[in-house]
Design a protein around this ligand. Structure first.
Ligand SMILES: [Zn+2]
Ligand SMILES: [Zn+2]
Length: 521
């Protein structure tokens, strides 16, 4: 078999692998690039979509599924094989993604028309998304499924989000077995079942999101979260939690539920779930009662839900959401998780400048996002084109991560009895390198592929490692710009109050000339 790496090389987004040999070709995942690699979404596929009979989808996150509508639009007519849970989550995720894109393009086109520029089109629409669903074939965990007379696959629980799977692929012709880890969850997992440990493989394509990092312990993480909530309520303002709709929101609801059960969260504190996508995802989470640890299942047996609280209000319409502008002393969970869009932006606009506000980040903030700017300590940020001061207390709590940390990844990797060859993907290069180091020390062969590399799998294929670590200059530049922006606004306040002198005007003029000359370059 041969694998061509069409995403998630040196980054965590855009997962897409073409697996091919003379008698079959198929994709594992067809994900969206996010953040700095977004421009790659529109590139032509280096294969003919109509000639691909299968996509094996590991889970519903957009960085694994988000280019499926584009694939179908460009001619794919095959089957999309995934778990039943992922099939359901996929529907709401893709429809939401199309909706977000359509709204974004509308906004951009309004500006372009005013500037006399031609309108642009989204890379796919809701209509394109609808064409994906009839192609989906759900296959449960642990069942073998033949792709042709030589190749069969099997999903194993990856413990990452509901329905997430690792994929075992047997090639009986070449007598070899490839395993794709998919995204792996923590070991042990607090809510979902633990990732399944697999014994046999010749080659393992493995994620390394946190290949070099350890999460804080559950006890520490819960203490951080409890303290942020308890102190936030004491301060009297709102507590904002930007949250990813699938998995993180349900986890946060469960953690709030525990705080309520222990009495740390008073019964009269209103909790608003202000994300239609997260509400729909929670409904799907409630359906698959057998997917959880026994102590979570117990809630369902008692006719309850671990993701529910007596004071939880589901906010549906945007009018209802706007009404929250006037509340205080509430907990508001809203998307998007990295503050790149969605209803959280309105809540930030109305609360971020108030010193009594608490803002709790519970997920990864990618470079170049508003969330990352705030986490990095920006004093002023732009929301809907308007400068807003950051006076809220900001907390970053990463321990509720849906991703395995370094030790979990090692536990999973070293369980294979057959000493497989590891191919590391889905991680920034420093993380891939760090994890490669651990594997090498234990005597494993490691390959670190680059974007669009094709690798013919052979037991004696040369190891490719290490790769140079790419420093991210863009994020550094954005951070500095945000600092300058904040400083200038503070200066604006000082000048408004105390007035300016001619010397200062001279300095400001020089800064202005410098900035415009950089722009021209
Ligand atoms: Zn994922
Ligand atoms: Zn991922």
């Amino acid at each position: 078999m041969k694998i061509t790496f069409l995403g998630a090389t040196g980054e965590v987004t855009g997962s897409c692998y073409l697996v091919h040999d003379t008698n079959i070709q198929f994709l594992v995942d067809c994900g969206m690039f996010q953040g700095h690699s977004e421009h790659k979404n529109d590139e032509p596929f280096p294969f003919t979509p109509s000639e691909i009979p299968y996509v094996i989808l590991t889970h519903a996150h957009l960085d694994h599924s988000g280019r499926l509508p584009l694939l179908v639009k460009r001619g794919f007519k095959g089957k999309i094989i995934t778990t039943p849970q992922t099939a359901e989550l996929l529907r709401i995720m893709l429809l939401d993604a199309a909706h977000v894109q359509e709204e974004e393009i509308k906004r951009i086109n309004k500006k372009r028309v005013r500037q006399g520029l031609p309108e642009i089109k989204p890379i796919y629409t809701t209509e394109d998304v609808e064409k994906v669903f009839p192609l989906v074939v759900p296959i449960s965990y642990d069942n073998r499924y033949p792709l042709n007379e030589h190749v069969e696959i099997r999903f194993r629980d990856a413990g990452h989000i509901l329905g997430a799977a690792s994929v075992e692929i047997w090639d009986h012709m070449d007598n070899e077995k490839i395993v794709f880890s998919g995204d792996l969850g923590q070991i042990p997992n607090e809510v979902l079942h633990d990732p399944t440990l697999i014994e046999e493989a010749d080659y393992v394509v493995m994620e390394t999101t946190y290949g070099g990092r350890k999460h804080k312990s559950l006890e520490e993480t819960r203490k951080e979260f409890r303290d942020a909530i308890v102190n936030g309520l004491k301060n009297g303002g709102n507590i904002l939690i930007p949250s990813f709709a699938v998995e993180r929101t349900q986890r946060i609801l469960y953690e709030l539920r525990l705080l309520w059960e222990s009495g740390d969260l008073p019964k009269d504190v209103p909790i608003y779930l202000d994300s239609p996508l997260a509400s729909k995802a929670t409904e799907i989470y409630n359906e698959y009662k057998a997917s959880y640890k026994p102590y979570i299942q117990k809630y369902f047996i008692d006719g309850d839900s671990p993701f529910d609280l007596p004071n939880l209000h589901i906010v549906e319409s945007s009018q209802e959401s706007k009404k929250l502008n006037d509340v205080s002393g509430a907990i508001i969970i809203a998307g998007s998780g990295m503050c790149t869009g969605g209803r959280i932006l309105h809540h930030l606009k109305h609360n971020l400048w108030k010193p009594e506000t608490t803002l709790i980040f519970v997920g990864y903030q990618a470079q170049g996002t508003l969330g990352r700017l705030i986490v990095d300590g920006a004093k002023i940020v732009k929301i809907f084109g308007e400068p807003v001061k950051v006076r809220a207390k900001v907390f970053t709590i990463n321990g509720f991560s849906a991703h395995a940390d370094r030790d979990d990844l090692l536990t999973w990797a070293t369980f294979f009895k057959s000493k497989p060859y590891f191919i590391l993907t889905h991680g920034e290069d420093d993380q891939r390198l760090a994890f490669a180091e651990f594997l090498k020390k234990r005597g494993y062969k490691v390959l670190i592929p680059q974007y669009k590399d094709s690798v013919v799998l052979k037991p004696d294929m040369p190891e490719r490692y290490p790769v140079p670590v790419r420093k991210d200059a863009t994020s550094e530049a954005l951070k500095i710009i945000s600092q300058i922006y904040g400083d200038l606004h503070e200066l604006e306040d000082i000048i408004a109050e105390e007035g300016a002198n001619p010397e200062l005007i001279g300095i400001l003029k020089s800064i202005s000339t410098l900035v415009s000359s950089i722009k021209k370059e």
